[in-house]
Design a protein around this ligand. Structure first.
Ligand SMILES: NC(=O)c1ccc[n+]([C@@H]2O[C@H](COP(=O)([O-])OP(=O)(O)OC[C@H]3O[C@@H](n4cnc5c(N)ncnc54)[C@H](O)[C@@H]3O)[C@@H](O)[C@H]2O)c1
Ligand SMILES: O=C(O)C(=O)C[C@@H](O)[C@H](O)[C@H](O)COP(=O)(O)O
Ligand SMILES: [Zn+2]
Length: 366
């Protein structure tokens, strides 16, 4: 088993990665949790596949389990869904000494984490991520979130779990589109990291290759993210690097209204951001075609008509890296050499407009 230790100011916990782990999850959980009530939150796609195996083990280990199945999909990251979950916890008399387990993809993890962080001002939480995206990214680092009609993840908290159990065997039931969506976040981290991690992704040409190399891709992604989170848990500075591709990605994802997965939007956002900073002279890098090739090699989208939408800039106003009239852009000066640069929002708007019209902006990014 690969164990990555996470040390934070308020708490320490482990990320455990191993094939077959979900068959022994209750004994793993019993190492960190005393007997208690557990809300086992999952979704309508994951429940028929894995709920019974996990639930029966927990019951056998002495836990009292309330399974909660939410509708699969991004729309479940909502205040309405949260209200339903709070009511279920209250109806089952959950107390502060009980716990919540997220068994699912990033949607289940973000929602269950938010519920755990707010119900009775916080009850214990464990992540069992089942999608590639959740295994390499969303289960790690403690960001929880709900969406608002205005934009992605606009309600949420930083709330760390007591344990993260990552079993790559879950990925065998994931469909190809979901697998690729998770891979976009791996490409993001590999590009930030550079080195042999980046070399590995440049050799990947298919979903089959992603699955074959999943375990090492997960280990490297989680290790990179955990180091960043330990250095800057609440995203005061370097954690913003993990948001590479998300400034434009989140805007496009919201405008797509459910037709793009988060990872697909990130794929588009990585290329759009790199293109923007290279075209405008903010960096001398020429990485747009390099990153595009790696993403397109497996069939991920890297362009969208939504990049030309009149509503794109309004969406960018909801980016959490905005401060006053400025926004922090995240991009690469070279593979493995990321940069965070504050620019005025008006300058960003001018450059987005010039991309749309083909005219030179009056205001340059430099
Ligand atoms: N908190 C963070 O740091 C963070 C990081 C990245 C993304 N996110 C969030 O994560 C979400 C995206 O996560 P996602 O791509 O996992 O989406 P998701 O949770 O919707 O899962 C994708 C689909 O795969 C299904 N699924 C999950 N595991 C499966 C399995 N093993 N077998 C079969 N089907 C399975 C789900 O039911 C769903 O239909 C977005 O809301 C995004 O904003 C959060
Ligand atoms: O963990 C982080 O920090 C990230 O930014 C990881 C992102 O992949 C993830 O999508 C995150 O939820 C985005 O957060 P937000 O603060 O931009 O809502
Ligand atoms: Zn993301």
């Amino acid at each position: 088993m690969v164990i990555i230790d996470v040390h934070l100011t308020q708490k320490n916990y482990q990320i455990r990665i191993q094939s077959g782990l979900y068959h022994i999850c209750a004994e793993q959980i019993a190492q960190v949790w005393t007997p208690r009530q557990i809300a086992l939150i999952t979704d309508t796609n994951v429940a028929p596949l894995y709920l019974e195996t996990v639930e029966s083990q927990l019951i056998q280990a002495g836990y009292q389990v309330t399974p909660i199945i939410i509708p699969a999909g991004e729309t479940s990251k909502s205040l309405d869904q949260s209200m339903a979950l709070y009511s279920q916890l209250a109806a089952a008399n959950f107390t502060r000494h009980d716990g919540v387990i997220a068994l699912g993809g990033g949607v289940v993890g973000d929602l269950a984490g938010f519920i755990a962080s707010t119900y009775m001002r916080g009850i214990a939480f464990i992540q069992m991520p089942t999608s590639l995206l959740a295994q390499v990214d969303s289960s790690v680092g403690g960001k929880t979130a709900l969406d608002l009609p205005a934009g992605k993840n606009l309600v949420g908290s930083f709330y760390q779990p007591d344990l993260i159990l990552i079993d790559p065997d879950f990925l065998t039931s994931l469909d190809q589109r979901q697998l690729l969506a998770g891979y976009a976040e791996i490409v993001k981290v590999a590009a930030l990291n550079g080195g042999t991690f980046w070399q590995q992704v440049t050799g990947i040409q298919s979903a089959h290759m992603i699955l074959a190399q999943a375990e090492t891709l997960i280990q490297q992604s989680v290790y990179y993210k955990a180091q960043i989170v330990m250095a800057d848990e609440k995203e005061s500075n370097q954690r913003q690097l993990l948001n590479y591709g998300h400034t434009i990605g989140h805007a496009v994802e919201t405008l797509a209204n459910g037709s793009l997965m988060h990872g697909e939007a990130v794929s588009i956002g990585l290329v759009a951001m790199q293109h923007l900073v290279e075209q405008s002279g903010l960096t001398e890098a020429h990485l747009t075609p390099v990153i595009t090739t790696v993403l397109n090699a497996v069939g991920l989208p890297t362009d969208s008509p939504l990049l030309m939408s009149d509503r794109l800039f309004t969406q960018l106003l909801h980016d959490k890296k905005n401060q006053g009239d400025a926004i922090n852009l995240v991009y690469l000066d070279a593979i493995g050499v990321p940069k965070i640069q504050s620019i005025p929002l008006t300058t960003l708007a001018a450059n987005l407009f010039s991309k749309k019209t083909g005219n030179q902006p009056t205001d340059t990014l430099q």
